[in-house]
Each structure stands twice: as C-alpha cells, then as structure tokens.
Design a protein around this ligand. Structure first.
Ligand SMILES: *Cc1c(COP(=O)(O)O)cnc(C)c1O
Length: 378
C-alpha cells in the first residue's frame, strides 16, 4: 500500500504529468513570467466556471482577503464580523488594516458561522461580514445576505476551502461559493481543492465598480502604469502557477467528486458509531470536502491521533486554538464564555486524510484503525 498522506500531491501530479510539464515549459520558453497569457486565460476560465462576472488574480488567499477589505473604503475601528473557528488569515487581515475583528461563535453541526450570533454582534460600527465556508461546505448564505441587507453591510466570502461547492438559494438559483456575496476570496495554496504548485489566490465579484478597484489595489493602486490613484499592494498570480491552475481547473469537478467518494466511504464505516460524529451534510450546500473532519469525545481526540500516527496514518487538528484564544489578539478583550461551540470543537475535531487520490485500500486501513482504537477501549 502506498504511504498515506493528508494530501497526496505527488500521485495527483503523476496522473496529469505530461500536461503540466508541457504547460510549465511553455511559460519558461515564452519568458512571460509576469502577467503572461495563462494568467488571463485561467482567470477567464475560472470566471466562466463559477458563473461570476470578474475574477481578479492575486498572490495568495490572505492577500485576496486583504485586498477585498481595502476596496471598501473603511475607517480605522470599523467592525468586521467573522467566525471564531477558522484559519488565522481571515481575521488577521482585519486587524492588520486597523479594523476591529468581531468574532462570533459557530454552529456545532456545520462548523460555520452562526447567523443568530452575527445579528447579536452588530453595532453601528459594523461594516462587513466575512463568512468562512469551512472544510468545503457553505455557510448559511441566504440568512447572512438577509442580515447584510437588513443592516446595509458588505459580505466577503472566504471561499479558500470551498471552491466548487454550490449553494441552493431560496431565490431558486444555485450559486458557486464565493459568488454570492459582494466579494469572494479564494486560495490556490497547494493543498486546497484547486491547488497550484506554489502560492496563488483570486478575488471574485459581480460588481464592475468593485472589480476595477480590486484589480487596481492588487496592482500598486494603478490602472495606468506609473500613475497611482490609491494606495495598493503588489499581489500577482505567477504565470507558471496560472498555467498549472489552467490545467487543474479542468479536473476540479472530478477531484471534488473523488473527495466525496472518500467521504462517503468514511461516513459508511463510521455510521451510528457511539463515539464518532461524522460531518453533517447541509441540504442547502454541496460539500467539496476540503477536510473530512470527525468529532470525538475530547478525552479521546489526542490519544486517537497518536494511535493513528503509530500506524502511519496522518491526521490534523483544524483548528486546535480558536481565534479568540490566540496570544496576538488578546488586546481585543474577547470573552471565552462567548464561544462555547468553538471552544468545544477545538478539543474534539480530528481531520482524517482527504484528497483526490485515496485508494479503497488506504481508506479501509484508515477506517479500520480508527474503529480499532475505540474497540480497544472496551
Ligand atoms: C488557506 C486559507 C486562507 C489563506 O490562504 P493562503 O493562500 O494560504 O494565504 C484563508 N482562509 C482560509 C479559511 C483558508 O483555509
């Protein structure tokens, strides 16, 4: 059996090696390393795939979030509501721009931001909501967009983990993640569902006005070279990465399907287990399983991880420390008791290997060992 990895990029590459190698070589031979043809082609293809009007490429997902916030003409101290249970980047950029990260708790079943908690957190200074579609399933966008309309707020979707997932809206339409809010952000970090072979990111919007601002900010605040209208940053998607992404975009649906098959296998093996709670499937969103994350009793989480590691089965804790407990953010004065769900999840979640190349043999080995851990208890 092939060694099990959290994400097996090597095996995935082997299946598309000739296409990738050729595309990379083409870029090198063209020497159009910055803003080459593939950047334009990939962003157009992605816009078409996601059915969104504009895709603005940038250097990584964190930059995407930062540029999105920079485009909104916010004032220092303005409040941005986001999830307490997410990767640090989401709230880091809020703090970096001297805005105030207002954290709210998540729902215990979906791990996504709790709309009720958003409503309670709104103040006259609230300007933006950033829902994170954690692990690949979308947050309650109908409700979040309704809250935004009620309070005249901007919604920026963090779709770094959810590219390709779809939402069945109350308006009767189906939308890809990242295309429902005013702005959507994603990451092409290698381990993401649409991963480059280095860093990359993109910003989505259906607004022409925002699109112009976003691309200007990503390009040193400039539309015409050497004329700078606003303060911007330098954030570009590398041409070689775009060439790789252009190819991998064609496989995204297949990759997400394979992830779903692996998730189904896990689900079946763990069904009705007294100690294992499998990921909840929200009927309003498809799931692209960026992560397959189970919940187990807190006293078993770390011992289970160790038991699996001894059997050469990797697993990860996403995330062991909720945002409000992070050392760098203590001066915001968060109250631990405001985050019962996030605190509980941080002690109970365990993400199992999840990628497009898992074999049935590997899945059987992983699941039988997870089950063996609990069997050995009795
Ligand atoms: C990966 C990730 C990011 C940041 O992406 P980078 O490309 O690594 O900067 C932001 N938010 C979430 C939820 C992520 O998972």
């Amino acid at each position: 059996m092939k060694k099990i990895q959290m994400v097996d990029l090597g095996s995935q590459y082997e299946r598309i090696q000739s296409e990738i190698d050729q595309a990379v070589l083409e870029v090198i031979r063209s020497t159009a390393f910055i803003n080459g043809l593939s950047v334009k082609r990939f962003t157009q293809n992605l816009a078409q795939f996601l059915k969104v009007k504009h895709v603005i490429p940038c250097a990584n997902g964190t930059d995407a979030l930062q540029i999105a916030l920079m485009a909104l003409d916010l004032q220092p101290g303005d409040e941005v509501i986001t999830s307490d249970f997410t990767f640090i980047a989401t709230a880091e950029v809020i703090a970096l721009l001297r805005l105030k990260p207002v954290l709210v708790d998540v729902l215990p079943d979906t791990f996504n931001i709790d709309p009720q908690a958003i409503r309670k957190a709104i103040t006259p200074k609230t300007k933006v909501i950033i829902p994170v579609h954690l692990y690949g399933q979308m947050a309650d966008m109908d409700e979040i967009l309704q809250i935004a309309r009620d309070h005249n707020l901007i919604v920026i979707e963090d779709a770094a983990q959810s590219i390709g997932s779809q939402y069945f809206s109350n308006d009767g339409n189906t939308y890809y993640s990242g295309t429902m809010g005013h702005i959507g952000c994603t990451s092409f970090f290698p381990s993401k569902n649409l991963g480059a072979y280095g860093d990359g990111g993109a910003i989505f919007t259906n607004s022409d006005i925002l699109a112009e601002k976003l691309s200007m900010i990503a390009n040193h605040g400039s539309k015409v070279r050497y004329y700078h209208e606003v303060i911007g940053v330098n954030s570009r998607l590398d041409t070689i990465q775009a060439a790789i992404l252009e190819i991998k975009l064609q496989y995204l649906e297949e990759y997400n399907q394979r992830r779903n098959q692996a998730a189904q296998y896990y689900d079946q093996q763990f069904a009705n287990h007294p100690f294992i709670i499998t990921p909840y499937r929200d009927p309003k969103s498809t799931h692209v399983f960026h992560q397959y994350t189970i919940k187990v009793p807190s006293e078993h989480r770390n011992p289970l991880q160790k038991f699996l590691a001894d059997k050469e089965i990797p697993s990860m804790l996403y995330y062991p420390v909720p945002f409000h407990r992070q050392k760098a953010y203590q001066h915001y004065g968060y109250h631990d008791k405001d985050f019962p769900v996030s605190n509980d999840l941080s002690e109970r979640v365990l993400s199992l290997p999840m990628h497009s190349e898992l074999t049935e043999e590997q899945l059987a080995y992983i699941t039988s060992n997870v089950l063996a851990y609990f069997k050995n208890l009795s």
